[in-house]
Design a protein around this ligand. Structure first.
Ligand code: TMP
Length: 222
């Protein structure tokens, strides 16, 4: 049985990533595919608990290295419980964030650097890498405004506040944004950059084009 395709979606908070993931999943399901959709942090029972700890705006301070370790603890659980079994069964896995997020947020934003993230990745994830990464990178200003609006809505509706990351200073997000660009430039084969302030439909079109191309290439190889 050929391994499934591992696709990740990346971007700043408020980049429209979650909407695009839902549109992509619907597009795949319409074509008879049965993708496994997951997210990080979260996506497993243990991961959801790690997520709550990481994103709770009222929680006690978390040291940058502890944050990094928790992101990888969540990832280790997801790989064993969800990602590897699905890929081994030939299923396409679509994951909302993966190690690029850690490199951008902890490596760039928290200034831990790329090296430590790469080392942790090798230790925890081994050879596992996305076959295709869709990086949504609208302007920094547009992303931040959207993330703020979304968080205010969630707080009003559910009473929970997941804004710990979104409360970070603008400089932090600038570093995250720049690190994402650096990753895209370093790995143009894997990372498809979806730039600019596109409409939802325009970004969806670019995503579909990239995914279709990658699927055809995979089919031609097998
Ligand atoms: P999201 O799932 O709503 O995109 O939010 C998850 C938050 O966690 C987001 O602010 C990015 C952050 N994050 C990291 O800082 N490092 C990581 O490795 C991952 C997966 C997420």
């Amino acid at each position: 049985m050929p391994r499934g395709l591992f696709i990740t979606l990346e971007g700043l908070d408020g980049s429209g990533k979650t909407t695009q993931l839902q549109r992509l999943a619907a597009w795949m399901q319409k074509r008879g595919m049965d993708p496994v959709i997951t997210r990080q942090p979260g996506g497993t029972a243990t991961g959801d608990r790690i997520r709550a700890l990481l994103l709770d705006a009222g929680s006690t301070p978390i040291a940058p290295m502890a944050e990094l370790a928790l992101m990888f603890a969540d990832r280790a659980q997801a790989i064993q419980e969800v990602i590897e079994p699905a890929l081994a069964a030939g299923k396409t896995v679509v994951c909302d964030r993966f190690t690029d997020s850690t490199e951008a947020y902890q490596g760039g934003g928290r200034q831990l650097g790329s090296e430590v993230v790469t080392q942790m990745h090798t230790l925890i994830c081994g050879e596992l890498k996305p076959d295709l990464t869709l990086l949504l990178l609208p302007s920094l200003e547009a992303s931040l405004a959207r993330a703020r609006r979304r968080n205010d809505r969630t707080t009003q509706e559910t009473g929970t506040n997941e804004s710990r990351f979104e409360q970070e200073k603008k400089d932090f997000y600038k570093r995250v944004w720049q690190k994402y660009r650096e990753i895209a430039e370093r790995e143009p084969e894997r990372v498809i950059l979806i730039e600019g302030n596109l409409t939802i439909d325009e970004a969806h079109e670019q995503i579909i084009e990239a995914v279709s191309e990658r699927m055809m290439a995979l089919r031609a190889k097998s």
